[in-house]
Design a protein around this ligand. Structure first.
Ligand code: GAP
Length: 440
């Protein structure tokens, strides 16, 4: 695997175009001209995004016995954000170009206005990225609420609830997937940086003495998750933050970076948050957020190791890594070599013709497969065109029902990557396809 930009300088445009054309990602409110870098996930996109989140949940919650799940509210009172430090420090430096009046994030433009090339700006001022709103019909101080800019704080504010209602003891984690909102000054690069996005975060509570070990463990575990789901190691790297670049809560942060078309950039951050959050919330709320260890008779505030990923950003990385153009039978094709666990459809059922007798068998096949696999059904145009359509959206297997199927009760299974075809009995088809899918 080579650098995607080297592979094709138009890669980003091609992927953006494909995701729009094939129903993965649409600009939001498009019939009204779109809305400020917000996006809607179409029929294929919602399926793929769900798969990304499900795989994360499977790896982080289902397959582990030391992590539990949570789904906290998106709206929260100012007290939470005063304690977390977001009201004071969750800011980016905002400047206005003195020539064209456009507003920019100072640290992202290198002193040159991306709009007009101007080089004179206002003094930078701290711009808070949280969306502020009002809960209830009465305006005023007491009604102020914020849309969460990260899912993490809902986990910290529920620490005592989870400890009291589960039998978990440090080291243990609380995982959450959900929307977060940041009033980014310059959203950019498609769904890489948007104002509304989805996060997959886990806060892992550990005895302070074990923090460094768990920090190293989570960096490697999260790196391996992307590799397991098909991103080549050559397109990933670890980036250790310099001390002066650390967030206000962090004692150490290492990003897992992906080779985006514009270069390596953050996919996920793994941070050692120390006891910052639990101490802050305990102080501000007056509720003790510590742990008494009956084995040692010691009371302590756990340290937190946090792997924080973006679901929408991860989906974009999986799409970019999967995009390929090759040749099949002398014809060029676009193929998304997505891991079958992430592909929007696992199987496409394709009757060779629209004849009713083929349609009946194809529907029987579809009914048998649908409880086990996400299936598409396509009967329009030539079989070659239909294969191309499925390749382009990453469907790993096409099942073709032909006239022989009426006699031998078998179908042809075509592999997306090799285009090899095998004949499989309808009765054994579910087992055949299940065996092809990577083990869960
Ligand atoms: N709780 C820690 C935290 O939120 P972060 O590095 O600010 O850390 C974690 O965010 C991840 O969330 C990022 O690595 C990225 O994948 C995703 N993310 C953050 N801001 C985003 C945005 N504006 N648009 C899309 N994804 C974003």
């Amino acid at each position: 695997m080579t650098d995607p930009a080297e592979r094709d300088p138009e890669l980003l445009d091609k992927v953006v175009n494909l995701t729009k054309r094939r129903g993965f990602i649409f600009p939001s409110a498009e019939i009204y001209g779109g809305f400020r870098s917000t996006y809607d996930y179409g029929p294929l996109g919602v399926s793929m995004l769900r798969n990304v989140k499900d795989e994360w949940w499977r790896a982080m919650v289902q397959e582990r016995h030391d992590i539990v799940g949570l789904d906290a509210a998106i709206l929260s009172p100012p007290a939470v954000w005063a304690a977390s430090g977001h009201l004071e420090t969750f800011t980016d430096p905002l400047v206005d170009c003195l020539t064209c009046k456009e507003r920019w994030r100072e640290d992202k433009i290198g002193g040159v206005c991306p709009n007009c090339g101007g080089t004179t700006f206002t003094e930078a001022r701290a711009f808070n990225l949280m969306f502020k709103t009002q809960a209830g019909p009465v305006e005023g101080e007491g009604a102020t609420a914020y849309l969460r800019p990260e899912t993490a704080q809902g986990i910290f504010t529920n620490f005592a609830n989870v400890l009291a209602t589960t039998r978990k003891r440090p080291p243990f984690g609380i995982a959450q997937v959900g929307k977060s909102f940041r009033n980014e000054i310059t959203p950019q690069n498609f769904v890489f940086r948007t104002r509304e996005f989805e996060q997959m975060e886990m806060e892992y509570f550990v005895p302070p003495a074990e923090a460094e070990t768990w920090y190293a463990y989570w960096i490697e575990t999260r790196f391996a998750w992307y590799v397991d789901l098909g991103i080549p190691e050559s397109m990933l790297r670890r980036h250790v933050h310099a001390k002066e670049d650390l967030s206000h809560y962090s004692r150490g942060t290492t990003d897992v970076e992906f080779l985006f078309p514009w270069g390596f950039d953050e996919l996920e951050g793994v941070a050692n948050r120390g006891d910052y959050d639990l101490t802050q919330h305990a102080t501000h709320s007056g509720v003790a957020l510590d742990y008494f260890d009956p084995a040692t008779n010691e009371r302590y505030t756990p340290y937190v190791i946090e792997p924080a990923a973006g679901a929408t950003r991860a989906m974009m990385a999986f799409l970019l890594a999967a995009y390929h153009e090759d040749e099949v039978g002398g014809e060029r094709r676009v193929v998304l070599r997505l891991d079958p666990r992430l592909a929007p459809y696992h199987v496409a059922v394709l009757p060779l013709s629209k004849k009713p007798e083929l349609d009946a068998v194809a529907n029987e096949v579809l009914d048998r497969l649908s409880p086990h696999f996400m299936c598409d059904y396509d009967v329009t145009q030539s079989i070659g065109r239909r294969y191309r359509r499925q390749d382009e959206v990453g469907t790993p297997w096409c099942v073709t029902v032909d006239f022989d199927s009426l006699e031998d009760r078998a179908v042809t299974v075509r592999d997306r990557d090799t285009t090899a075809q095998v004949r499989v009995a309808i009765d054994g088809l579910v087992e055949h396809l299940a065996a092809l899918r990577p083990p869960r």
